[in-house]
Design a protein around this ligand. Structure first.
Ligand SMILES: [Zn+2]
Length: 246
């Protein structure tokens, strides 16, 4: 029987017929997967809540003619409940899975899978501000796809920095010669926060001021929207970080 196993994160689901769902998943070894979970909407389903969005599971799939079919699912991380109980975590997780869903086949690598699992785990534990977890995830997801923003040298002409203007359309920080007139200035604290978010330096991220966090979030959202073309709808529901927000 043509079956295979993989570890997956459930990105989104939609209803099919009376009791089934089609799942869109990011898997560790098989890229993005779409598969049917039969009977999953019945209260008696043997899958329980293991195939809801944000869940991490080890699944066995049967290769169907059009869509694969989920045969078994064991939970590897039930982050859904801890995420859904907090609005800021929920909106951040939603933006993360939507970003992962935007990856094309070539980009859906094991590294992207591990980055997403790590981000959802961090959100569920509430160790850092949800918006910071999202911001770090977005920067690193884009970097893995080859779209890391330039933060030191001018992203356009390569002139050595530091520079004080960020232009999403030009790829990051740009020098005074390349910056279009009227481009917003970015202070050094915000640039260094962007670097810390990219590097996962959480002590520095957690210690950043609310003003720097809000400024960095705005730049990252603009940059992510530009590079993901259609824009991440969920980002508009994510509120700016508040003072003491953890
Ligand atoms: Zn330049």
């Amino acid at each position: 029987m043509p079956t295979y196993r993989d570890e997956v994160v459930v990105l989104r689901t939609h209803k099919l017929g009376e009791a089934d769902r089609i799942l869109t998943m990011l898997s560790r070894r098989h890229g993005k997967l779409r598969a049917v979970a039969k009977g999953v909407r019945r209260t008696s389903s043997r899958f329980g809540a293991r195939l809801e969005p944000f869940m991490v599971a080890d699944v066995q799939l049967y290769q169907g003619r059009s869509l694969d079919i989920v045969q078994q699912a064991e939970s590897l991380g039930s982050y859904g409940a801890d995420i859904a109980a907090h609005y800021d975590r929920y909106t951040s997780a939603h933006a993360m899975v939507e970003t992962a869903d935007r990856l094309n086949e070539a980009e859906a690598t094991p590294q992207q899978y591990l980055l997403l699992v790590g981000g959802l785990r961090a959100l569920s534990r509430g160790e850092h501000a949800a918006r910071s977890v999202l911001d770090s995830y977005l920067l690193r997801a884009m970097a893995l796809s080859g779209w890391a923003p330039g933060l030191g040298e001018c992203a356009r002409c390569g002139r050595s920095g530091p520079h004080d203007t960020f232009v999403a359309q030009q790829g990051g920080m740009v020098c005074a010669h390349c910056a279009p007139t009227g481009a917003a200035r970015v202070d050094t604290a915000t640039v260094s926060l962007l670097e810390s978010l990219m590097a996962g330096e959480w002590e520095r991220v957690d210690a950043a001021s609310a003003a720097s966090s809000a400024a960095a979030s705005g730049l990252i959202a603009a940059y992510a929207q530009w590079h993901l073309e259609r824009g991440i709808r969920s980002l508009s529901h994510v509120s700016a970080p508040q003072e003491g927000d953890r």
